[in-house]
Design a protein around this ligand. Sequence first.
Ligand SMILES: Cc1cc2nc3c(=O)[nH]c(=O)nc-3n(C[C@H](O)[C@H](O)[C@H](O)COP(=O)(O)O)c2cc1C
Length: 204
Amino acid sequence: MKVTAIAASPRSGQMTHTVLNYTLDKIREINPSVTTELISLADKVISPCTACGYCNKNFSCSINDDMEPIIDNLKESRPDVLIMGSPVYMGSMSAQAKAFFDRTVLFRRNNFAFKNVIGCCIAVGASRNGGQELTIQAMHAAMLIHGMLVIGDSAPTAHFGGTGWARVPGGYENDPDSLATYDSLAQRIVETLALIKQTPKEAK
Ligand SMILES: Cc1cc2nc3c(=O)[nH]c(=O)nc-3n(C[C@H](O)[C@H](O)[C@H](O)COP(=O)(O)O)c2cc1C
């Protein structure tokens, strides 16, 4: 069982990366047999999709940039879960996250390769209520378009996913409300993985 997180912040090691790593640690703590990977989009050049149509006929992208190895990785490692983590930028996902999603259209155009991959999100804003839920909703839309199985966080928080506040005094560890959403998201991921693994192959 493999969980891959995409950190779509241009700032390596800041809040988005930190809380994704926290969530991945939690997942492995709940179920040590799960393997995890974090792919950072910081310092990477991921150009916007140019709608060239190349991926209608090829399972690859015509643009040669840093998305190429990420596409190869996702094709080869075939994660069971994709966690998308984005900072809130102007009430929505970062440009890096949007470019990433647009460039993954090739998976949709090649037999819906992301179909039934479990998808979930974490959004981090500088304001407590700065658009985290809107950001997650926008990212959920892309996941639904892939035919992914979109999940939020589990009870007792049970809303849209991980919602983080970057300016909490003393750092993210002093923000029990946000931590509860990451914990519940990790719980929900492990629960859903267990359900999927029980499902007979022909039903998937
Ligand atoms: C261009 C830009 C737009 C932003 N817009 C919002 C916003 O709408 N709401 C919010 O709460 N924070 C906003 N922020 C703050 C970031 O979401 C916040 O700093 C977050 O921690 C960044 O993630 P990082 O620490 O992983 O880089 C914005 C930051 C930038 C650079």
